[in-house]
Ligand binder design. Sequence first.
Ligand SMILES: *[C@@H]1O[C@H](CO)[C@@H](O)[C@H](O)[C@H]1NC(C)=O
Ligand SMILES: *[C@@H]1O[C@H](CO)[C@@H](O)[C@H](O)[C@H]1NC(C)=O
Ligand SMILES: *[C@@H]1O[C@H](CO)[C@@H](O)[C@H](O)[C@H]1NC(C)=O
Ligand SMILES: *[C@@H]1O[C@H](CO)[C@@H](O)[C@H](O)[C@H]1NC(C)=O
Ligand SMILES: *[C@@H]1O[C@H](CO)[C@@H](O)[C@H](O)[C@H]1NC(C)=O
Length: 425
Amino acid sequence: MVLKTWEIFFKYHHLGGLLLVALVAAALYVKHDISYWNVVKKRVTSKEEQLATKHDSTTNYDFFSGRWVYDDVSYPLYKEEQCSFVEDSFACEKYGRKDLKYQQWRWQPHHCDIPRFDGKAFLEKIRGKKVLFVGDSLNRNQWVSLLCLIESSISPSSNKSVTLAGNLLYFHDIIRNSCNFFFLLNLKEYNATIGFYWSPLLVESNCDDPDKHSVKDRIIRITSIEKHARHWTDADILVFDSFMWWLEPTMTLLWGSFGSSDAIYKRVEMRLRRYEMALNTWSDWLEININRTKTKLFFMSLSPYHLVYVKGERWDVQQNCYNETEPIFKEEYWGISTDPNMMHIAESTIQKLEKRGLKIEYLNITHLSDYRKDAHPSIYRKFFHPISEEQLASPKSYSDCVHWCLPGVPDIWNQILYSYIINSS
Ligand SMILES: *[C@@H]1O[C@H](CO)[C@@H](O)[C@H](O)[C@H]1NC(C)=O
Ligand SMILES: *[C@@H]1O[C@H](CO)[C@@H](O)[C@H](O)[C@H]1NC(C)=O
Ligand SMILES: *[C@@H]1O[C@H](CO)[C@@H](O)[C@H](O)[C@H]1NC(C)=O
Ligand SMILES: *[C@@H]1O[C@H](CO)[C@@H](O)[C@H](O)[C@H]1NC(C)=O
Ligand SMILES: *[C@@H]1O[C@H](CO)[C@@H](O)[C@H](O)[C@H]1NC(C)=O
Protein backbone atom coordinates (compact mmCIF):
# COMPACT_ATOMS: atom_id res chain seq x y z
CA MET A 1 0.00 0.00 0.00
CA VAL A 2 2.65 2.42 1.14
CA LEU A 3 5.04 1.25 -1.53
CA LYS A 4 2.37 1.76 -4.10
CA THR A 5 2.08 5.38 -3.06
CA TRP A 6 5.80 5.84 -3.50
CA GLU A 7 5.61 4.38 -6.91
CA ILE A 8 2.81 6.60 -8.02
CA PHE A 9 4.69 9.55 -6.66
CA PHE A 10 7.88 8.84 -8.47
CA LYS A 11 6.66 7.16 -11.58
CA TYR A 12 6.50 10.40 -13.47
CA HIS A 13 9.85 11.60 -12.46
CA HIS A 14 11.43 11.05 -15.80
CA LEU A 15 15.07 11.50 -15.28
CA GLY A 16 15.60 11.72 -18.99
CA GLY A 17 13.99 15.12 -19.13
CA LEU A 18 16.10 16.32 -16.29
CA LEU A 19 19.29 15.09 -17.87
CA LEU A 20 18.46 16.79 -21.10
CA VAL A 21 17.70 20.03 -19.32
CA ALA A 22 20.85 19.78 -17.32
CA LEU A 23 22.93 19.04 -20.38
CA VAL A 24 21.52 22.00 -22.22
CA ALA A 25 22.05 24.16 -19.18
CA ALA A 26 25.54 22.86 -18.68
CA ALA A 27 26.39 23.45 -22.29
CA LEU A 28 25.04 26.97 -22.12
CA TYR A 29 26.88 27.93 -19.01
CA VAL A 30 30.29 26.56 -19.59
CA LYS A 31 31.88 29.94 -19.15
CA HIS A 32 32.32 30.39 -15.47
CA ASP A 33 33.05 33.80 -14.17
CA ILE A 34 35.87 32.72 -11.93
CA SER A 35 36.40 36.22 -10.57
CA TYR A 36 33.04 35.91 -8.86
CA TRP A 37 34.57 33.59 -6.33
CA ASN A 38 37.05 36.21 -5.29
CA VAL A 39 34.16 38.52 -4.48
CA VAL A 40 32.15 36.07 -2.41
CA LYS A 41 35.09 34.49 -0.62
CA LYS A 42 34.21 34.20 3.01
CA ARG A 43 35.34 37.02 5.22
CA VAL A 44 38.21 35.81 7.29
CA THR A 45 37.20 36.22 10.87
CA SER A 46 39.95 36.82 13.35
CA LYS A 47 40.58 34.30 16.08
CA GLU A 48 39.22 36.68 18.73
CA GLU A 49 35.99 37.25 16.87
CA GLN A 50 35.57 33.53 16.48
CA LEU A 51 36.08 32.90 20.16
CA ALA A 52 33.71 35.72 21.12
CA THR A 53 30.80 34.33 19.16
CA LYS A 54 31.60 30.65 19.42
CA HIS A 55 29.10 29.91 22.16
CA ASP A 56 25.96 31.10 20.42
CA SER A 57 26.23 29.38 17.08
CA THR A 58 28.23 27.16 14.83
CA THR A 59 28.38 29.75 12.07
CA ASN A 60 32.02 30.53 12.56
CA TYR A 61 33.11 26.99 12.05
CA ASP A 62 33.75 26.50 8.40
CA PHE A 63 32.45 23.03 7.72
CA PHE A 64 32.46 23.62 4.00
CA SER A 65 36.07 23.70 2.97
CA GLY A 66 37.94 20.49 3.47
CA ARG A 67 38.63 17.17 1.82
CA TRP A 68 37.25 13.66 1.56
CA VAL A 69 39.06 11.04 3.63
CA TYR A 70 38.57 7.32 3.13
CA ASP A 71 37.24 5.95 6.41
CA ASP A 72 35.77 2.46 6.33
CA VAL A 73 35.78 2.32 10.13
CA SER A 74 33.15 4.97 10.88
CA TYR A 75 31.34 4.91 7.53
CA PRO A 76 28.72 4.16 6.33
CA LEU A 77 26.61 5.52 9.21
CA TYR A 78 23.90 2.93 8.42
CA LYS A 79 23.45 0.03 6.04
CA GLU A 80 21.30 0.46 2.98
CA GLU A 81 19.35 -2.74 3.53
CA GLN A 82 18.69 -1.82 7.16
CA CYS A 83 17.00 1.43 6.28
CA SER A 84 13.33 0.85 5.64
CA PHE A 85 12.92 4.29 4.09
CA VAL A 86 15.44 4.09 1.27
CA GLU A 87 13.45 4.49 -1.88
CA ASP A 88 14.45 2.68 -5.02
CA SER A 89 15.78 5.81 -6.70
CA PHE A 90 18.62 5.98 -4.16
CA ALA A 91 19.14 2.27 -3.40
CA CYS A 92 22.30 1.74 -5.43
CA GLU A 93 23.46 -1.44 -3.73
CA LYS A 94 20.06 -3.07 -4.13
CA TYR A 95 20.14 -2.20 -7.83
CA GLY A 96 23.45 -3.90 -8.41
CA ARG A 97 26.25 -1.49 -7.62
CA LYS A 98 29.26 -3.59 -6.64
CA ASP A 99 31.93 -1.03 -5.75
CA LEU A 100 30.78 0.20 -2.34
CA LYS A 101 33.62 2.58 -1.58
CA TYR A 102 31.28 5.50 -2.24
CA GLN A 103 29.70 4.76 1.16
CA GLN A 104 32.96 5.08 3.06
CA TRP A 105 34.17 8.62 2.65
CA ARG A 106 34.23 11.06 5.52
CA TRP A 107 34.15 14.80 4.90
CA GLN A 108 36.99 16.38 6.84
CA PRO A 109 36.81 20.18 7.18
CA HIS A 110 40.25 21.82 7.34
CA HIS A 111 39.93 23.48 10.73
CA CYS A 112 37.36 21.52 12.70
CA ASP A 113 35.53 18.22 12.93
CA ILE A 114 31.86 17.64 12.17
CA PRO A 115 30.18 16.30 15.31
CA ARG A 116 29.20 12.64 15.23
CA PHE A 117 25.52 12.13 14.38
CA ASP A 118 23.68 11.00 17.50
CA GLY A 119 20.15 9.92 16.55
CA LYS A 120 18.87 9.84 20.14
CA ALA A 121 20.18 13.33 20.86
CA PHE A 122 18.62 14.59 17.65
CA LEU A 123 15.24 13.08 18.48
CA GLU A 124 15.40 14.59 21.99
CA LYS A 125 16.19 17.94 20.45
CA ILE A 126 13.16 17.79 18.18
CA ARG A 127 10.80 16.45 20.85
CA GLY A 128 7.39 18.08 20.41
CA LYS A 129 8.56 19.73 17.18
CA LYS A 130 7.92 19.66 13.49
CA VAL A 131 10.77 19.49 10.99
CA LEU A 132 9.90 20.09 7.37
CA PHE A 133 11.97 19.71 4.22
CA VAL A 134 10.58 21.78 1.36
CA GLY A 135 11.77 21.52 -2.20
CA ASP A 136 12.61 19.09 -4.99
CA SER A 137 13.85 15.50 -5.23
CA LEU A 138 17.33 16.43 -3.95
CA ASN A 139 15.76 17.74 -0.79
CA ARG A 140 13.78 14.50 -0.67
CA ASN A 141 17.09 12.65 -1.06
CA GLN A 142 18.31 14.49 2.05
CA TRP A 143 15.10 13.88 3.97
CA VAL A 144 15.30 10.13 3.30
CA SER A 145 18.93 10.19 4.45
CA LEU A 146 17.85 11.81 7.73
CA LEU A 147 15.19 9.14 8.26
CA CYS A 148 17.86 6.45 7.72
CA LEU A 149 20.19 8.18 10.17
CA ILE A 150 17.59 8.21 12.94
CA GLU A 151 15.94 4.90 12.24
CA SER A 152 18.17 2.89 14.56
CA SER A 153 17.25 5.28 17.38
CA ILE A 154 13.52 4.78 17.01
CA SER A 155 12.06 1.94 19.05
CA PRO A 156 11.64 -1.11 16.84
CA SER A 157 8.01 -1.51 17.87
CA SER A 158 7.11 1.85 16.40
CA ASN A 159 4.84 1.52 13.39
CA LYS A 160 6.85 3.21 10.65
CA SER A 161 5.53 4.10 7.28
CA VAL A 162 5.38 6.98 4.88
CA THR A 163 2.14 8.26 3.50
CA LEU A 164 1.25 10.62 0.75
CA ALA A 165 -1.20 13.37 1.56
CA GLY A 166 -0.96 15.98 -1.11
CA ASN A 167 2.47 17.60 -1.38
CA LEU A 168 3.60 16.79 2.10
CA LEU A 169 5.43 13.57 2.84
CA TYR A 170 5.60 12.56 6.49
CA PHE A 171 7.05 9.50 8.10
CA HIS A 172 4.65 8.45 10.81
CA ASP A 173 3.30 5.76 13.01
CA ILE A 174 -0.34 6.62 12.74
CA ILE A 175 -1.95 7.25 9.41
CA ARG A 176 -3.58 10.65 9.66
CA ASN A 177 -6.69 11.70 7.96
CA SER A 178 -5.18 12.73 4.68
CA CYS A 179 -6.25 16.24 3.96
CA ASN A 180 -5.55 17.52 0.47
CA PHE A 181 -1.86 18.36 0.25
CA PHE A 182 0.28 16.13 2.46
CA PHE A 183 2.80 13.36 2.83
CA LEU A 184 3.28 12.49 6.68
CA LEU A 185 5.91 10.95 9.51
CA ASN A 186 4.92 11.31 13.03
CA LEU A 187 7.08 9.90 15.80
CA LYS A 188 4.62 9.19 18.56
CA GLU A 189 7.37 8.31 21.01
CA TYR A 190 8.82 11.82 20.63
CA ASN A 191 5.66 13.64 19.56
CA ALA A 192 7.73 14.85 16.64
CA THR A 193 7.17 15.07 12.93
CA ILE A 194 9.69 14.98 10.10
CA GLY A 195 8.05 15.76 6.80
CA PHE A 196 8.81 16.47 3.20
CA TYR A 197 6.80 18.93 1.15
CA TRP A 198 7.05 18.71 -2.62
CA SER A 199 7.42 22.21 -4.04
CA PRO A 200 10.29 22.05 -6.56
CA LEU A 201 10.12 25.71 -7.57
CA LEU A 202 9.03 26.93 -4.10
CA VAL A 203 6.42 29.18 -5.74
CA GLU A 204 3.32 27.70 -7.36
CA SER A 205 3.66 26.00 -10.70
CA ASN A 206 2.16 23.33 -12.90
CA CYS A 207 4.79 20.90 -11.51
CA ASP A 208 3.29 20.86 -8.02
CA ASP A 209 1.16 17.78 -8.36
CA PRO A 210 3.25 14.97 -6.87
CA ASP A 211 1.42 12.53 -9.15
CA LYS A 212 2.20 14.29 -12.40
CA HIS A 213 4.95 16.82 -11.96
CA SER A 214 7.03 15.99 -14.97
CA VAL A 215 5.53 18.69 -17.12
CA LYS A 216 7.35 19.64 -20.26
CA ASP A 217 6.27 23.25 -20.51
CA ARG A 218 6.73 24.64 -17.04
CA ILE A 219 4.34 27.40 -16.00
CA ILE A 220 5.28 29.34 -12.88
CA ARG A 221 3.07 31.64 -10.83
CA ILE A 222 6.09 33.69 -9.98
CA THR A 223 4.49 35.89 -7.31
CA SER A 224 2.30 33.23 -5.64
CA ILE A 225 3.44 30.95 -2.84
CA GLU A 226 0.64 31.00 -0.26
CA LYS A 227 -0.99 27.78 -1.44
CA HIS A 228 2.15 25.89 -0.37
CA ALA A 229 3.55 28.16 2.27
CA ARG A 230 0.54 28.08 4.53
CA HIS A 231 1.50 24.49 5.28
CA TRP A 232 4.92 25.58 6.53
CA THR A 233 3.99 28.22 9.11
CA ASP A 234 3.73 25.91 12.10
CA ALA A 235 7.09 24.16 11.48
CA ASP A 236 9.90 24.58 14.02
CA ILE A 237 12.65 23.78 11.53
CA LEU A 238 12.38 24.41 7.79
CA VAL A 239 14.98 23.16 5.31
CA PHE A 240 14.63 24.53 1.77
CA ASP A 241 16.29 23.90 -1.57
CA SER A 242 15.53 24.99 -5.12
CA PHE A 243 17.87 25.03 -8.08
CA MET A 244 17.65 22.18 -10.58
CA TRP A 245 14.15 22.95 -11.78
CA TRP A 246 15.10 26.47 -12.82
CA LEU A 247 17.57 25.34 -15.46
CA GLU A 248 15.06 25.06 -18.31
CA PRO A 249 16.16 27.38 -21.10
CA THR A 250 12.66 28.85 -21.33
CA MET A 251 9.72 28.87 -18.94
CA THR A 252 6.30 30.49 -18.87
CA LEU A 253 5.59 33.01 -16.14
CA LEU A 254 2.00 33.49 -15.09
CA TRP A 255 0.39 36.46 -13.39
CA GLY A 256 -3.12 35.62 -12.22
CA SER A 257 -4.58 32.16 -11.69
CA PHE A 258 -4.35 29.02 -13.78
CA GLY A 259 -7.33 28.98 -16.08
CA SER A 260 -8.47 32.51 -15.30
CA SER A 261 -9.54 34.52 -18.34
CA ASP A 262 -7.57 37.65 -17.43
CA ALA A 263 -4.37 35.81 -16.53
CA ILE A 264 -1.18 36.96 -18.22
CA TYR A 265 1.24 34.37 -19.60
CA LYS A 266 4.72 35.30 -20.69
CA ARG A 267 7.27 32.89 -22.11
CA VAL A 268 10.76 33.97 -21.11
CA GLU A 269 14.39 32.91 -21.14
CA MET A 270 15.95 35.07 -18.37
CA ARG A 271 16.97 32.11 -16.26
CA LEU A 272 18.64 34.16 -13.55
CA ARG A 273 15.97 36.82 -13.35
CA ARG A 274 13.12 34.35 -12.90
CA TYR A 275 15.02 32.52 -10.19
CA GLU A 276 15.55 35.82 -8.44
CA MET A 277 11.88 36.77 -8.74
CA ALA A 278 10.78 33.47 -7.23
CA LEU A 279 13.27 33.71 -4.37
CA ASN A 280 12.03 37.24 -3.68
CA THR A 281 8.45 35.96 -3.44
CA TRP A 282 9.68 33.28 -1.09
CA SER A 283 11.72 35.63 1.09
CA ASP A 284 8.91 38.20 1.30
CA TRP A 285 6.61 35.49 2.50
CA LEU A 286 9.13 34.33 5.12
CA GLU A 287 9.70 37.87 6.36
CA ILE A 288 6.02 38.40 7.04
CA ASN A 289 4.95 34.93 8.18
CA ILE A 290 7.80 33.31 10.08
CA ASN A 291 7.78 33.47 13.85
CA ARG A 292 11.40 34.36 14.57
CA THR A 293 11.45 32.95 18.08
CA LYS A 294 9.99 29.64 17.01
CA THR A 295 11.22 28.69 13.55
CA LYS A 296 14.79 27.98 12.44
CA LEU A 297 15.45 28.27 8.73
CA PHE A 298 17.99 26.55 6.52
CA PHE A 299 18.70 26.78 2.81
CA MET A 300 20.76 24.12 1.07
CA SER A 301 23.10 25.53 -1.57
CA LEU A 302 22.87 23.94 -4.98
CA SER A 303 23.50 20.23 -5.31
CA PRO A 304 25.97 19.70 -8.16
CA TYR A 305 25.51 17.09 -10.88
CA HIS A 306 28.12 15.28 -12.95
CA LEU A 307 26.87 15.05 -16.48
CA VAL A 308 30.12 16.47 -17.72
CA TYR A 309 33.23 17.16 -15.73
CA VAL A 310 36.90 17.93 -15.96
CA LYS A 311 38.87 14.90 -16.92
CA GLY A 312 42.54 15.69 -16.82
CA GLU A 313 42.70 19.36 -17.69
CA ARG A 314 39.61 19.92 -19.84
CA TRP A 315 35.83 19.59 -19.86
CA ASP A 316 34.90 16.23 -21.21
CA VAL A 317 31.37 16.05 -22.57
CA GLN A 318 31.70 12.30 -23.07
CA GLN A 319 32.36 11.78 -19.42
CA ASN A 320 29.66 11.58 -16.77
CA CYS A 321 29.32 9.84 -13.41
CA TYR A 322 28.91 6.38 -14.95
CA ASN A 323 31.65 3.95 -13.86
CA GLU A 324 33.24 6.55 -11.57
CA THR A 325 34.51 5.03 -8.35
CA GLU A 326 36.70 7.75 -6.81
CA PRO A 327 36.05 11.32 -5.67
CA ILE A 328 37.92 14.23 -7.20
CA PHE A 329 40.89 15.14 -5.01
CA LYS A 330 42.01 18.32 -6.69
CA GLU A 331 40.99 20.87 -4.10
CA GLU A 332 40.45 23.84 -6.38
CA TYR A 333 38.14 21.82 -8.65
CA TRP A 334 34.82 23.49 -9.47
CA GLY A 335 32.43 21.58 -11.70
CA ILE A 336 30.38 22.92 -14.53
CA SER A 337 27.06 22.60 -12.68
CA THR A 338 28.02 24.87 -9.82
CA ASP A 339 26.72 27.98 -11.50
CA PRO A 340 28.14 30.94 -9.55
CA ASN A 341 25.46 33.31 -10.82
CA MET A 342 22.65 31.13 -9.53
CA MET A 343 24.45 30.67 -6.23
CA HIS A 344 24.98 34.37 -5.95
CA ILE A 345 21.24 35.02 -6.31
CA ALA A 346 20.42 32.59 -3.52
CA GLU A 347 23.16 34.00 -1.32
CA SER A 348 22.19 37.61 -1.81
CA THR A 349 18.48 36.88 -1.23
CA ILE A 350 19.44 35.33 2.08
CA GLN A 351 21.77 38.19 2.99
CA LYS A 352 19.07 40.76 2.25
CA LEU A 353 16.65 38.88 4.46
CA GLU A 354 19.20 38.84 7.24
CA LYS A 355 19.51 42.63 7.00
CA ARG A 356 15.74 42.75 7.47
CA GLY A 357 16.12 40.72 10.67
CA LEU A 358 15.40 37.16 9.55
CA LYS A 359 18.28 34.71 9.70
CA ILE A 360 18.52 31.75 7.33
CA GLU A 361 21.48 29.43 7.66
CA TYR A 362 22.94 28.89 4.21
CA LEU A 363 24.44 25.41 4.20
CA ASN A 364 27.12 25.74 1.59
CA ILE A 365 27.37 22.09 0.54
CA THR A 366 28.01 22.68 -3.17
CA HIS A 367 31.77 22.44 -3.24
CA LEU A 368 32.08 19.43 -0.97
CA SER A 369 29.49 17.55 -3.05
CA ASP A 370 31.10 18.60 -6.29
CA TYR A 371 34.12 16.40 -5.57
CA ARG A 372 31.89 13.32 -5.43
CA LYS A 373 31.49 12.24 -9.04
CA ASP A 374 31.53 8.67 -7.71
CA ALA A 375 28.49 9.04 -5.47
CA HIS A 376 25.53 9.22 -7.88
CA PRO A 377 23.28 6.25 -8.66
CA SER A 378 24.26 6.24 -12.36
CA ILE A 379 22.55 3.06 -13.67
CA TYR A 380 22.13 1.49 -10.22
CA ARG A 381 18.62 2.60 -9.27
CA LYS A 382 15.07 1.92 -10.24
CA PHE A 383 13.99 3.86 -13.29
CA PHE A 384 10.34 4.70 -13.61
CA HIS A 385 10.38 4.76 -17.36
CA PRO A 386 11.43 1.95 -19.70
CA ILE A 387 15.08 1.81 -20.75
CA SER A 388 15.44 1.17 -24.46
CA GLU A 389 17.82 -1.35 -26.07
CA GLU A 390 19.77 1.55 -27.45
CA GLN A 391 20.19 3.11 -24.02
CA LEU A 392 21.18 -0.23 -22.48
CA ALA A 393 23.95 -0.48 -25.04
CA SER A 394 25.27 2.87 -23.83
CA PRO A 395 24.80 3.09 -20.05
CA LYS A 396 26.10 6.64 -19.90
CA SER A 397 23.07 7.81 -21.82
CA TYR A 398 20.63 7.03 -19.04
CA SER A 399 22.82 7.33 -15.95
CA ASP A 400 21.39 9.39 -13.09
CA CYS A 401 24.22 11.79 -12.24
CA VAL A 402 21.97 14.17 -10.32
CA HIS A 403 20.67 12.32 -7.25
CA TRP A 404 22.88 10.64 -4.65
CA CYS A 405 23.16 7.03 -3.49
CA LEU A 406 22.27 6.32 0.13
CA PRO A 407 24.23 5.91 2.31
CA GLY A 408 26.27 8.72 0.83
CA VAL A 409 26.73 12.43 0.36
CA PRO A 410 23.36 13.60 1.82
CA ASP A 411 24.35 11.92 5.11
CA ILE A 412 27.15 14.48 5.33
CA TRP A 413 24.73 17.34 4.59
CA ASN A 414 22.60 16.03 7.46
CA GLN A 415 25.57 15.72 9.79
CA ILE A 416 26.20 19.41 9.16
CA LEU A 417 22.51 20.26 9.58
CA TYR A 418 22.55 18.22 12.79
CA SER A 419 25.44 20.20 14.21
CA TYR A 420 23.53 23.47 13.65
CA ILE A 421 20.35 22.10 15.20
CA ILE A 422 21.96 20.41 18.18
CA ASN A 423 23.93 23.55 19.09
CA SER A 424 20.96 25.88 18.75
CA SER A 425 19.00 27.15 21.72
C1 LIG B 1 30.94 28.26 -0.10
O1 LIG B 1 32.02 27.39 0.03
C2 LIG B 1 33.02 27.54 -0.96
C3 LIG B 1 34.06 26.44 -0.78
O2 LIG B 1 34.53 26.36 0.49
C4 LIG B 1 33.60 28.93 -0.89
O3 LIG B 1 34.55 29.10 -1.90
C5 LIG B 1 32.48 29.95 -1.03
O4 LIG B 1 32.99 31.24 -0.86
C6 LIG B 1 31.41 29.70 0.00
N1 LIG B 1 30.29 30.62 -0.19
C7 LIG B 1 29.77 31.34 0.80
C8 LIG B 1 28.67 32.26 0.45
O5 LIG B 1 30.17 31.26 1.93
C1 LIG C 1 2.97 17.44 21.08
O1 LIG C 1 3.53 18.62 20.53
C2 LIG C 1 2.60 19.65 20.26
C3 LIG C 1 3.35 20.81 19.64
O2 LIG C 1 3.96 20.42 18.46
C4 LIG C 1 1.89 20.09 21.54
O3 LIG C 1 0.91 21.04 21.24
C5 LIG C 1 1.26 18.87 22.20
O4 LIG C 1 0.73 19.25 23.46
C6 LIG C 1 2.29 17.76 22.40
N1 LIG C 1 1.64 16.57 22.91
C7 LIG C 1 2.15 15.86 23.91
C8 LIG C 1 1.36 14.64 24.29
O5 LIG C 1 3.18 16.14 24.47
C1 LIG D 1 0.41 0.10 11.67
O1 LIG D 1 -0.43 1.08 11.06
C2 LIG D 1 -1.31 0.55 10.08
C3 LIG D 1 -2.06 1.69 9.48
O2 LIG D 1 -2.74 2.45 10.41
C4 LIG D 1 -2.25 -0.47 10.73
O3 LIG D 1 -3.07 -1.03 9.73
C5 LIG D 1 -1.43 -1.55 11.39
O4 LIG D 1 -2.28 -2.44 12.07
C6 LIG D 1 -0.45 -0.94 12.38
N1 LIG D 1 0.42 -1.99 12.93
C7 LIG D 1 0.74 -2.05 14.21
C8 LIG D 1 1.64 -3.18 14.61
O5 LIG D 1 0.32 -1.23 15.03
C1 LIG E 1 6.14 32.75 18.38
O1 LIG E 1 6.60 31.56 18.98
C2 LIG E 1 6.79 31.64 20.37
C3 LIG E 1 7.46 30.36 20.82
O2 LIG E 1 6.79 29.22 20.34
C4 LIG E 1 5.44 31.90 21.03
O3 LIG E 1 5.60 31.99 22.43
C5 LIG E 1 4.84 33.19 20.48
O4 LIG E 1 3.53 33.37 21.00
C6 LIG E 1 4.79 33.16 18.97
N1 LIG E 1 4.41 34.47 18.46
C7 LIG E 1 3.40 34.64 17.63
C8 LIG E 1 3.16 36.04 17.19
O5 LIG E 1 2.70 33.71 17.22
C1 LIG F 1 35.16 1.36 -16.12
O1 LIG F 1 36.40 1.88 -15.62
C2 LIG F 1 37.44 0.95 -15.63
C3 LIG F 1 38.65 1.56 -14.92
O2 LIG F 1 38.75 2.93 -15.16
C4 LIG F 1 37.76 0.56 -17.06
O3 LIG F 1 38.81 -0.40 -17.10
C5 LIG F 1 36.51 -0.05 -17.67
O4 LIG F 1 36.71 -0.34 -19.03
C6 LIG F 1 35.34 0.91 -17.55
N1 LIG F 1 34.11 0.25 -17.99
C7 LIG F 1 33.26 0.79 -18.81
C8 LIG F 1 32.09 -0.07 -19.19
O5 LIG F 1 33.38 1.92 -19.27
